[in-house]
Design a protein around this ligand. Structure first.
Ligand code: GDP
Ligand code: MN
Length: 380
């Protein structure tokens, strides 16, 4: 789950990472009121779950409350890379002397959290990594040992931070960021820019914070930060129904049982010259309830033109899945053509059940490749 900048900053604040004072606003009027309360120049910041807001015109300075109101009116409703701005963060404007970059993510290959730090912040970090890789300091933390003070010094000296005041503050921020990363079960904590003011004060001017969805049950306070209005309706529906759902951008809706099978189904659709619109993983299930839920989610996506139902029966029996499909079709009207491939335990019986009932729009194919070709053809 990705958090908005202001939510990430709230977590930063809790863990002792300095951030600027700010207020949330959803109307120009509220932005003005926020600016009055904060006093002095503010920065009006679009809250969207994507980066590059500055370049897209989503971040503007305002010297007076009137100006904040005006800037808010300009930014609200703006479409930033497909994300419409509905919330603003009004923050006390900072003076900028230097901009650094700091992040922690998981390096799955190394199975360890990875710190990245560079004094060349403010710009796209991918650019720094490409143009001057030596300027980007990388450091792994052994999750059992935790973050050690010598590691803070290594990062700071590695990035060439010479000012003792900055060194001290950054050492503390590094420790706090690691605590936030672990304490919130984060997958990413990024501060870009980590700001140094002309007075030498170091603070987080931006936040990118991603929390592991699977750990949200441990963090109800973070879980409730989710903005359901901003999520696609299919995703909200899928979450409600506890269906694993991923949106893609082709035209074939995919239903499978098990992550491995679903992944290979995506490949086979590509092999057949098509593109998946989305996929649902039924997991070990295949009962009517699960099938109805998944079909509801899949068909609510306008881009879907055909559905590929790919089941390999193991513990899940294909005859049960076949009955589930028929029950589901009895309970809901689906206009899309559905291509079914059943294999594994009781596959023959399952195919026979479907053949006997032969509901309209349902095509049973013997192999995964045949079924994929059919689904792609029907999506055209
Ligand atoms: P992003 O574009 O989505 O990464 O948004 P950021 O929060 O990182 O802001 C982008 C840029 O706007 C920063 O790198 C700063 O240069 C500028 N900016 C943001 N807040 C302030 C501020 O308080 N004062 C000044 N002078 N510039 C700011
Ligand atoms: Mn930024």
């Amino acid at each position: 789950m990705d958090l908005y900048e202001y939510q990430g900053k709230e977590l930063f604040r809790r863990f002792g990472i300095p951030v600027s004072e700010g207020r949330l606003a959803t109307t120009p009027h509220e932005a003005r009121a926020a600016a009055v309360e904060i006093g002095g120049p503010v920065v009006v910041k679009a809250q969207v779950l994507t980066g590059g807001r500055g370049k897209a015109g989503g971040i503007k300075l305002a010297d007076t409350p009137e100006e904040a109101e005006q800037r808010a009116g300009e930014i609200l409703g703006l479409d930033i890379r497909g994300h419409v701005v509905r919330r603003l963060w009004i923050e006390r404007a900072s003076e900028i002397a230097k901009e650094y970059y700091l992040s922690i993510t998981f390096d799955r290959g190394a199975k360890q959290p990875l710190f990245m730090f560079t004094a060349e912040g403010g710009v796209d970090i991918e650019q720094v990594a490409e143009d001057s890789p030596e300027a980007l300091v990388r450091l792994y933390v052994d999750p059992l040992e935790g973050f050690q003070p010598y590691q803070a010094r290594r990062l700071i000296y590695g990035a060439g931070i010479g000012d003792p005041g900055e060194q001290k503050q950054i050492a503390s921020i590094l420790e706090s960021l690691y605590a936030a990363f672990v304490g919130c079960d984060a997958m990413l904590c990024e501060i870009n820019p980590l700001l140094v003011t002309p007075d030498g004060e170091v603070k987080a001017l931006d936040s990118k914070f991603t929390v592991d969805d699977n750990a949200l049950y441990k963090h109800p306070d973070i879980a409730q930060m989710r903005d359901t209005a901003a999520a696609a309706p299919q995703e909200v529906l899928a979450r409600e129904k506890d269906v694993t759902y991923v949106k893609l951008d082709g035209s074939v809706g995919i239903l499978g049982n098990g992550a491995g099978l679903v992944m290979s189904t995506l490949d086979v659709i590509a092999l057949a010259g098509g593109r998946p619109a989305n996929f649902c993983d039924l997991g070990g299930g295949g009962d009517a309830e699960g099938v109805v839920d998944a079909l509801e989610v899949i068909t609510s996506d306008d881009q879907v033109r055909s559905i590929f139902f790919n089941i390999f029966g193991g513990i899940t029996r294909c005859d049960e899945v076949a009955r589930g499909i028929l029950q589901a079709l009895g309970r809901m009207t689906i206009e899309h053509p559905i291509v079914v491939r059943l294999d594994g335990t009781n596959a023959e019986e399952g195919r026979r059940i479907l053949a006997d009932a032969s509901p309209p729009n349902l095509h049973v194919e013997p192999t995964m490749l045949d079924a994929a070709r059919r689904a792609v053809e029907l999506a055209r």
